[in-house]
Design a protein around this ligand. Sequence first.
Ligand code: NAP
Length: 304
Amino acid sequence: MKLALVGIGKIAVDQHVPALAESPDWDLAATVSRSGTVDGVEAFDSMEKMLAARPDIGTVSLCLPPVPRFQAARAALLAGRHVMLEKPPGATLAEVHILHDLARQQGLSLFATWHSRHAHGVASAKAWLADKVIREGRVIWREDVRKWHPGQDWIFEAGGMGVFDPGINATSILTEILPAPIHLRSAEMDFPANRQAPIAARLEFSGNIHADFDFREEGPQTWDMEFATDGGHLALRNGGNKLEIDGKAVEGGDRIMGAEYPALYARMAQLVPQGRSDVDLLPMVLIADAFTLGRRNTVEEFQF
Ligand code: NAP
């Protein structure tokens, strides 16, 4: 199946292009980006031009930041194309509901992807936790924004989500593996004085689950969660890639995102022939609720 990749930035180059090159299902037939291109692939600088010129391309995969994503997704669906969305699936929840309804009306697939749910240890963690009572959970997601998002000013603009851009990967795993639903009870967010999105946040969820997200971590980078349960201790480290039960490694290793994007494209290849959608908004509901309920601190200015 032919696919167009839209927004040729960091994640498109690092993960989507290699995953598509290996995929038995997909042929990367075009790119849409104002400046980015992929060698050997027809390049367009606008969605409208690509949609008009390439009616043979049935699927569009959007790697834009969240704010411009809705307009591009809507145009693709109205032009009869299946759509795959990077996380977070939109700048607002209502946008994604509208896209989901539109896909349904058009008989097309909409896939709101959560790449971290495909990390090596996630399925096993979910299976192990299924019959446990969780007494306490701790999520620590601390990374250096200058290293992982160099110069991406959009991430600190309104709708860019700030530290919740990686933090939503943690809530995508939490909402996948926990045996019972959780909701936000309180939150505290640190906004740099010159920015519109938080650089750090601390969240408290029901079930005695706490999260610490920080974009200012210059030492070891941490993407871990740990749970004390009635049947032992589970730790899921390296963004869901390494699973430990009672301190012993049982699955995975240090690779970050190696298998996640091939799994997303395999899933999209299942959805498209059936015109089915896969849209789970729970990870984003928890983050939107932090903006609704959270207390706001102003902290020192941030420059890349
Ligand atoms: P990025 O490097 O800034 O790339 C985004 C691309 O979108 C740009 O290259 C830009 O290409 C295009 N674009 C179109 N309209 C834009 C606008 N108004 N502002 C900025 N760029 C615009 O960002 P990214 O890291 O690839 O992230 C894109 C999405 O992937 C985000 O939702 C992010 O959460 C998700 N993601 C990122 C990572 C990661 O590690 N970086 C991991 C997983 C998921 P042109 O200017 O050429 O049009």
